[in-house]
Ligand binder design. Structure first.
Ligand SMILES: *Cc1c(COP(=O)(O)O)cnc(C)c1O
Length: 457
């Protein structure tokens, strides 16, 4: 096989995989998982045939994949991949562009500008905001909150980038009790401390109770709210939080973690959920979850012009002054792949109404699953406002047994979570491929698995 034949072969295997995902169970079987041991070979002493590496991937890894890019995967909030996103990924990887600077990739810089504008348009966020593409919502949260940290401290007369945080005026960080675990990780990463936070009580959906927001704060305040609680999909009361922040301090920053929920902004039928969301100073979201692009694609959006640049610009003698978007001066990465190209391709293909329909369809699927399961003695623990359904079947222990049975059955995949200290089951409709029929079938599978549990469970 020559180099070109090798690539044809890889493309053929990739396309065959995608073509087979519809009818394929979401979970690999035990034999496929055991087969992964075939990778336990010593490092070859010298060169081997590259087609051999591809063959091993196809024969051994492919059967052991979780089929999250099909219609039957409801785990975490993982999302699938649109064919146009995968196709764009093929091309971007073939081009091997370094999207760090326009001088390295004029095409990446151009597509960044267009994708930035379209994203802000479809999400109805301020058109002047800066956008950085990063590895995921964790890093998008960290990037936005690092920009917030530096802005808040600059206003307090401190240059955090140069002088660090030792001796800096303290920033009060306010989060909801239900803030995502990776927000705490991000706070640790940027030196604000994962536990050095004021935690605000939340209601039965995990929303910040705005009457519980702290009073008598002084100095800089960073609030991290969320659009889309990871279990319930609930939205914090952004208007009330923004009003409280404005009344509390003249040096505040409101950040919103909207890893998947931010996309509700694209759906005109959900404006009640997102009231006040545009008043934030920054927003983090993912492309690889609900927008269904490939990993890894997170998006940091910062309304204050120049704030991302202040935090992330780096100076080196060989970096030319440039026109155009300099990604390496707006993100934690220096060299980076052109993640914006897949985002551009999906937005170009779906258009404004297509993104709204994507949100609508998944949310309708979640509604349908909730209704079917409610009729089969399940407790639906959340108001199903977007794509998340939180469930219990009998006790927490029975729910655990049910989840194990669903995963053993393998046709669909969904997982466990902790809700108010006890195990619950979480169903997330995040794949563009999941139709209402698929959702109805998933509910049938869940009920079938529940009926198989022995009574004492
Ligand atoms: C998934 C998720 C994150 C983390 O996103 P990654 O892309 O995995 O880094 C943060 N917040 C919420 C609400 C999420 O659902």
């Amino acid at each position: 096989m020559n180099d070109i034949e090798l690539l044809h072969e890889a493309a053929r295997l990739a396309v065959e995989y995608v073509a087979g995902t519809d009818g394929r169970p979401a979970t690999p079987d035990a034999a496929a998982l055991a087969g992964l041991d075939a990778f336990d070979e010593p490092l070859p002493d010298g060169p081997t045939d590259p087609s051999d590496a591809l063959r091993l991937l196809s024969e051994v890894a492919d059967p052991a994949t979780m089929v999250s890019t099909g219609p039957n995967y409801y785990g975490f909030v993982n999302g699938a991949t649109f064919p146009v996103a995968l196709g764009a990924a093929f091309l971007v990887n073939a081009w091997d562009q370094n999207a760090a600077l326009p001088v390295m990739s004029p095409a990446a810089a151009k597509l960044h500008d267009v994708a930035r504008g379209w994203l802000l348009d479809v999400l109805r966020l301020p058109g002047h905001a800066d956008v950085g593409f990063v590895t995921g919502a964790t890093v998008a949260n960290a990037s936005c909150m690092a920009a917030a940290r530096d802005e808040l401290l600059e206003r307090a007369g401190w240059d955090a980038k140069s002088d660090g945080l030792f001796g800096a005026p303290p920033i009060t960080v306010v989060v909801g009790e239900n803030t995502h675990s990776t927000v705490r990780k991000s706070l640790g990463l940027i030196g604000l401390g994962s536990d050095r936070v004021v935690k605000v009580l939340t209601d039965d959906q995990g929303r910040i109770d705005h009457t519980e927001l702290p009073t008598h704060l002084s100095g800089p305040v960073l609030v991290c709210a969320q659009a889309g609680e990871v279990n319930t999909g609930a939205f914090d009361p952004f208007d009330e939080i923004a009003d409280w922040l404005a009344a509390t301090t003249d040096n505040g920053w409101l950040h919103v973690d909207g890893a998947f929920g931010l996309w509700a902004l694209a759906d005109p039928s959900r404006t009640h959920l997102v009231a006040g969301l545009h008043r934030a100073d920054s927003w983090a979201t993912d492309g690889h979850k609900w927008l269904n692009v490939t990993y890894d694609c997170g998006i940091a959006i910062v309304a204050r012009e120049g704030a991302l640049r202040r935090t992330f610009s780096s100076v080196a003698g060989y970096l030319p002054p440039e026109r155009g978007f300099e990604a390496m001066h707006h993100t934690p990465q220096s060299s980076q792949r052109a993640r914006q190209v897949e985002v551009w391709a999906v937005l170009r293909t779906l258009g404004r109404s297509g993104v709204a329909e994507l949100v609508q369809r998944a949310s309708d699927g979640a509604q349908l699953i909730a209704e079917q399961l409610r009729g089969a003695d399940f407790d639906v623990l959340n108001d199903v406002v977007i794509n998340q359904v939180l469930l219990r079947y009998g006790s927490a222990a029975t729910t655990e047994a049910l989840i194990a049975e669903i995963q053993r059955d393998g046709r669909i995949w969904c997982g466990a979570t902790q809700w108010r200290g006890e195990t619950a089951m979480r169903v997330s409709v995040s794949s563009w491929k999941t139709t209402l029929d698929d959702a109805a079938r998933a509910a049938d599978v869940i009920v079938e698995c529940a009926r198989r549990l022995t009574p004492h469970e």
